[in-house]
Design a protein around this ligand. Sequence first.
Ligand code: BG6
Length: 480
Amino acid sequence: PLPADSIIIVLGASGDLAKKKTYPALFGLFRYGLLPDGIQIVGYARTKMDDDDYKKRISSYIKVPDDAVKAKLDEFLGMCSYVAGTYDTDEGFQKLDKHLADIEAGRDESHRLFYLALPPTVFIPVAQHLKKNCYPANGSARVIIEKPFGHDLESSRELQTALQPIWTEDEVFRIDHYLGKEMVKNMLILRFGNEFFNASWNKNHISSVQITFKEKFGTEGRGGYFDEFGIIRDVMQNHLLQILTIIAMERPVSFSAEDIRDEKVRVLRAMPLIDPKNVVIGQYDKSVDGTKPGYTDDPTVPEGSRCPTFAAIVLYIKNDRWDGVPFILKAGKALDSAKVEVRVQYKDVTSGIFKDIPRNELVLRIQPDESVYIKMNTKLPGLTMKTSVTELDLTYNRRFSDLHIPEAYEALILDAINGDHSNFVRDDELDASWKLFTPLLHYLDESKDIVPAKYPYGSRGPAFLDDFLASYGYSRELDG
Ligand code: BG6
């Protein structure tokens, strides 16, 4: 773990990510007594601000429900300071180093955790400058970085090649914030800690696995950024694929970071390239009532953009456990509801005594309202042998109502403080995920005649979606 008196340095401290996620998470950890004693937090960014402005900005997304939290927040802000400087010259980083050294004055060792809440264009110069100007002579340094890690295999490798000689894999923590979500972290326990799941977790019993990401809002305000990526790069190649590998992996030898990630990489390597026949894409249009804009109405989006805001992609895993089972990833913006969930649909029971009895389904709802539930058939009580689909339901806010569910960023920053890499993306894992997606992404980027199907803002997605899912044996009967 990071020793007491370490320093966390947030680069990009005046940006959106820092304001919305990093500082609230740091405060969350502080509030629950989880930051090492004596820790200091230093912000660094280009914007010139005085301490008051900085503190106002970093607390703008922190909720203060009562005086006790207010007192904690004041204490927290007392640990925060700010340095302004550029991202591409020695001067700024030398000033930062001097500020850090002043805080560390009189200590034998210096321990620094750098959080790069920065756009990818400055990752490399900042990583280089930190190594050159701010790397402790005696002590330790870690660096947290966040996607996008490139936009295809080649650019991701370029980034890797630039970072590897300066920061070792042990020092780098690549965030995929989905790995910090409570239900995602629960998946290993559910799978390997329950023999009834463990025993049926294979192609003999499971018909399909569907991983769905739905958001209600479009890309308003960040269309320009989004257009360079599209939904597949934005959430599928990373967040949803991470979930898939956890659902599909073999039992790791231990919960150590290397054992877990070895198994995840093995899943990725067993996946054949994605066949474009197993892919559909969509782009949202104006809402039916005309009140919500279409994707291309955003002035920052290039006219005639073919960027997908919706996609459904079917992947396969060529190993004994999963051969032939479709893993359906489905993601979209501007849809009818907001949820992220995994649906493991079992095969039909043998017919004979039953006619058309629904399948079992295990649902892991990641958000909102974490829950695990199993759809199962029960005899309808009474003087009848009719069956009814019921739910064996574990809803967290009922079962665990008195427990605090940490934000993903709280969990991940704490892991980085503790030096635990299990919930961070390893270099070979990143490489394997880009290898899998890059041919499809290039094919979609280059094929001018592939145009995403329009769907109205606020709808379920493109009209043909249900037929597409049904063609992989997915029964929608249970969904909803
Ligand atoms: C980010 C994407 O990685 O994840 C966003 O860039 C998306 O487009 C977000 O909205 C979703 O995260 P969460 O935690 O709100 O589900």
